[in-house]
Ligand binder design. Structure first.
Ligand SMILES: Cc1cc2nc3c(=O)[nH]c(=O)nc-3n(C[C@H](O)[C@H](O)[C@H](O)COP(=O)(O)OP(=O)(O)OC[C@H]3O[C@@H](n4cnc5c(N)ncnc54)[C@H](O)[C@@H]3O)c2cc1C
Length: 586
């Protein structure tokens, strides 16, 4: 194996204005907008294939856009509340303003959207209060990829970026290995956009297996400031539990599908009488967890009552999931025949890069976009990933234009190459899948990070630290495929550690249930939890949210969190000595 490693050649790709890491919607918009802003050489690198890997290409077919006729202030209020007031409201405002022009850009670039016969956008009911725009599945990312190529973006596929190249507090590119040839690549760039998505700890659904927290790991290791690992506007998605049919909840619920618990009750009517199954994901996930805690799981999606028109729209918008349902007998003769078990696909997490309004990180020449950013900066969804990508790309192009040259890297390349191929030298070591299962057992159970409690999270953290200290150093790779999996594991374990440590610190319930701290604390916790690597040390601190500078502020008070108020009012829990007591346990 040593001889093989020596055979892998090192290639230098020089003189790049903007290097974009990732192949999802954020990265592709960044690459396109960098080019439109005048960057000469734009290189986009994906560990899979641009437009065919990650979440964006598997998204469920809806885009949340703020139309000129919509009430922007109301939409800002809803997104800010969904973020539990942890949002960078100026960035969310920019996103809302940009979202309609970005939709128009998509059309210009060849994306097919559902239109009315009169040429206006066909907006339809989805989850949430505002109607959504629909697109035709994978065609969206195919069109964006092709447009980027057409305007001269150089795309490199199957190249796993393992580290950012940084020296003297500046980023000067990235390094990685090609997954077919094994060759090692050094990309030297004037500015770099990190758009590597988020993570779900490798859930069963398509896209999620490639979202492996690589960007968080890379950014952390060069000392970039990260934040928000404990919170997310979508703490998890809700999807079929045992079959991999891909996403579609938004559309199924939009067409009228309902959730039932094991007793057959349509429980969302009780918890959320107005929006019911079309409530936001934080509510749906919380109420799934409460039902499970009371022994009323599994949760089932019931779409058996949907009529021919609903089914026709579902086939149009979600052809792949519908065909998957057919293949397992859930859909037959044009109707849903059986209920489908659902569960939270989570927890999702984003200890993302802290960015300002131009999507610049706190490390010079490094920008971030999409779900590689902290959730306070970029809300989940295609539209926000696209608008942030567009701004990050334009900013990176400006940065490249203004720079004097490409900074040096203090001779780091040799060390990074050794680190990249390290697991190949331990071919008989632990398999990454073994470590993945251990990690999933520690963090995925619903009562660790979705229904939180301090001592349970401490136990999970101990397990993660053991994996970090005992398993990671023994990871071994037989070949280049396993090599990539080893690196992904390293980033996933680090991310789990950051998520748990931040979640333990946040002693309140804000968007995510915490049994030992059921109150939302707007006196002490309007704060971001930040982390950065300093030498060998992990530095943690909090920063006050500049809420007085933002349009929206909650009352500075401590109150029982809405997510606990609902079950309290329904007699499911009571609050005693500042903790949640489950009535069924009394
Ligand atoms: C099942 C599901 C359904 C969804 N449906 C919708 C929907 O209908 N509407 C909506 O608005 N939102 C939806 N979302 C959310 C939406 O898909 C995401 O918010 C959005 O796609 C994020 O885009 P992104 O570009 O930030 O990340 P991604 O699309 O995940 O892209 C990340 C990219 O980075 C690449 N990458 C990662 N690591 C490396 C590395 N080390 N080297 C090189 N490349 C790397 C990946 O290959 C990938 O191409 C859905 C999400 C899920 C999980």
């Amino acid at each position: 194996m040593e001889a093989l490693i020596m055979d892998y050649q090192t290639h230098e790709v020089r003189d790049i204005d903007v290097l974009v890491i990732g192949g999802g919607i954020a990265a592709t918009f960044a690459a396109i907008k960098a080019k439109e802003a005048g960057a000469r050489r734009v290189v986009q690198v994906d560990k899979g294939t641009v437009g065919k890997t990650g979440n964006s290409c598997f998204a469920a077919g809806v885009i949340h856009v703020c139309f000129p006729e919509d009430d922007l202030d109301d939409r800002l209020m809803r997104l800010t509340r969904a973020e539990g007031y942890l949002a960078q409201q100026d960035l969310i405002q920019d996103h809302l303003q940009d979202s309609y022009p970005i939709l128009e850009d998509m059309r210009r670039y060849g994306v097919r959207l559902v239109m009315n016969p009169d040429g206006t956008y066909g907006r339809m009911a989805g989850r949430g209060a505002y109607p959504v725009v629909m697109f035709y599945s994978t065609q969206l990312m195919d069109a964006l990829r092709q447009h980027a190529q057409a305007i001269g973006v150089e795309q490199v596929n199957r190249l796993y970026v393992s580290e950012l190249l940084a020296g003297n507090g500046e980023v000067s590119g990235a390094v990685g290995f090609h997954q077919y040839s094994g060759d090692f690549y050094v990309f030297r760039s004037r500015s770099t956009v990190l758009a590597t998505g988020s993570t779900y700890y490798k859930g069963i659904h398509p896209g999620q297996r490639d979202c492996t927290a690589d960007g968080f790991g890379m950014a952390y290791r060069i000392g970039a400031t990260l934040c928000g690992g404990e919170q997310n506007d979508q703490p998890a998605n809700a999807m079929p539990a045992r079959v991999d049919v891909g996403p579609g909840m938004n559309k199924w619920m939009g067409e009228g599908a309902v959730f039932r618990n094991a007793k057959g009750e349509r429980f969302m009517e009780r918890y959320s009488p107005k929006l019911k199954e079309r409530s936001g994901l934080p509510q749906i996930i919380a109420f799934f967890c409460i039902e499970a805690r009371m022994g009323r799981a599994p949760i089932l999606m019931d779409a058996t009552h949907l009529g021919p028109e609903n089914m026709e729209r579902l086939y149009q918008m979600l052809p792949l999931p519908q065909r998957e349902f057919e293949s397992i007998g859930v859909v037959k003769d044009g109707k849903f025949q059986k209920l489908v078990e659902f569960c939270p696909t989570g927890p999702t997490t984003r200890p993302g890069v802290v960015v300002d309004r131009s999507y610049a990180s706190r490390t010079a020449r490094l920008f971030a976009a999409g779900e590689a950013c902290s959730p306070s900066a970029v809300v989940t969804g295609l539209a926000a990933a696209a608008t942030s990508g567009a701004r990050a790309g334009a900013s990176a192009a400006r940065c490249a234009h203004d720079s004097n040259g490409i900074v040096g890297d203090n001779g780091l390349v040799g060390e990074l190459r050794e680190r990249a191929f390290g697991p190949l030298a331990r071919a008989g070591g632990l398999e990454p899948d073994h470590v993945l299962l251990e990690l999933q057992e520690a963090v995925i159970p619903y009562d660790v990070l979705l229904l939180r409690e301090g001592s349970r999270m401490e136990r999970a953290l101990k397990r993660v630290e053991t994996i970090r200290d005992q398993d990671l150093p023994m990871l071994g790779a037989y070949d280049l495929h396993y090599l990539r999996l080893c690196h992904e594991m390293r980033n996933l374990v680090l991310t789990a550690e950051l998520q748990l440590k931040a979640a333990i610190q946040r002693t309140e319930t804000r968007n995510i249930l915490r049994e030992d701290y059921p109150f939302t604390d707007n006196v002490n916790w309007l704060k971001w939890i930040m982390v950065r690597k300093e030498g060998d040390r992990q530095k943690w601190w909090t920063e006050d949210i500049p809420i007085e500078r933002y349009p929206l502020a909650p009352k500075r008070e401590v109150e029982l969190a809405y997510l606990w108020r609902v079950p309290r009012d329904l007699g499911i829990v009571s609050i005693q000595d500042g903790r949640v007591q489950w009535e069924f346990e009394k």
